[in-house]
Design a protein around this ligand. Structure first.
Ligand code: NAD
Length: 263
């Protein structure tokens, strides 16, 4: 998929890994629709990139009506710019740790499980689901007749969830598991699906980690022994968008890190 001349929807695009994807897509000549709940960061990014390449829409991916209005606005924008939809990057996500059973024998509150699943899993699936009819209606591109790419965001926690990550690991494991069946469902439309599973990356989500946790994480890392940079994430996403042979696969981006039980 050529990025130039196409529009890509990035949820969680106002910050961290999603923001790096937005900047990369615009630098490659694509347009980016930034969907996020953070008005301040979303507006600042759209202003930085300029209205002809990036637009920000406040959107809560756990609310299906909020997604529906964002999808309608995206479709209207693509009609106005003449840059058809080319891909979806559902990067909105939350951590929200909690032990399944704490020391006082209290099970994890169901509201906290629902909160994580409604954004990381349901929000991912719903955004993709609502945009797909529009992606599948675009003109096929090139000799392969490609119409678009979905690049989802899992986590190392899909494979080695740490203590307190039951809900987060469930959400990210589900995203990883959806990758192949979604690719199979969409192959007839010329739409690919790739998932990236990062380990620890610098972002707002990880900015408040204590030094103790950071040092512990470094011990679990092979090479390089440091957190990834958002640009290292977005460069893999760009490759996934561009390389037509990547499909139905979950790619770990972790410098061979394998998370221990606790830090
Ligand atoms: N940073 C890491 O170490 C790391 C590791 C593995 C996976 N991830 C995943 O990468 C993705 C991006 O996270 P990040 O590290 O850039 O964090 P981040 O906090 O910097 O960015 C996440 C963005 O999602 C937005 N968001 C949260 N809830 C939302 C909702 N309901 N609707 C719309 N937007 C919402 C936030 O406002 C924020 O802008 C997440 O899915 C996260 O789980 C991050």
């Amino acid at each position: 998929m050529k990025i130039a001349g196409r529009t890509f929807v990035v949820s969680g695009g106002a910050s961290g890994l999603g923001r790096a994807c937005v900047r990369d897509i615009c630098a490659a000549g694509g347009n980016a629709m930034i969907l996020d709940m953070n008005d301040e960061l979303g507006t600042a990014l759209a202003t930085e990139l300029g209205p002809s390449t990036a637009q920000f829409l406040p959107c809560d991916v756990s609310d299906t009506a909020s997604i529906a209005s964002a999808v309608a606005a995206t479709v209207a924008w693509t009609a106005q710019t003449g840059k058809p939809l080319g891909g979806i990057i559902p990067a909105a996500g939350v951590g929200h740790p909690g032990l399944i059973l704490d020391k006082q024998l209290r099970p994890v509150p169901l509201e906290s499980v629902d909160f994580v699943l409604s954004i990381n899993l349901r929000g991912t699936l719903d955004l993709v689901r609502q945009l797909l009819p529009h992606l599948a209606a675009t003109e096929p591109e090139g000799a392969d007749g490609e119409r678009g790419v979905v690049v989802m965001v899992a986590s190392a926690a899909a494979f080695e969830g740490q203590m307190g990550q039951v809900a987060y690991a469930a959400s990210k494991g589900a995203v990883a598991s959806m990758t192949l069946p979604m690719a199979r469902d969409l192959s007839r439309f010329g739409i690919r699906v790739v998932t990236v599973a990062p380990s620890m990356f610098e972002s707002n989500m990880t900015a408040h980690m204590s030094d103790k946790v950071r040092t512990g994480l470094k011990k679990a890392m092979e090479f390089p022994p440091r957190a990834g940079q958002p640009e290292e994430f977005s460069s893999l996403v760009r490759h996934a968008l561009e390389n037509v042979m990547l499909n139905g696969v979950v790619i770990r981006l972790d410098g061979a890190t394998r998370m221990p039980s606790k830090l």
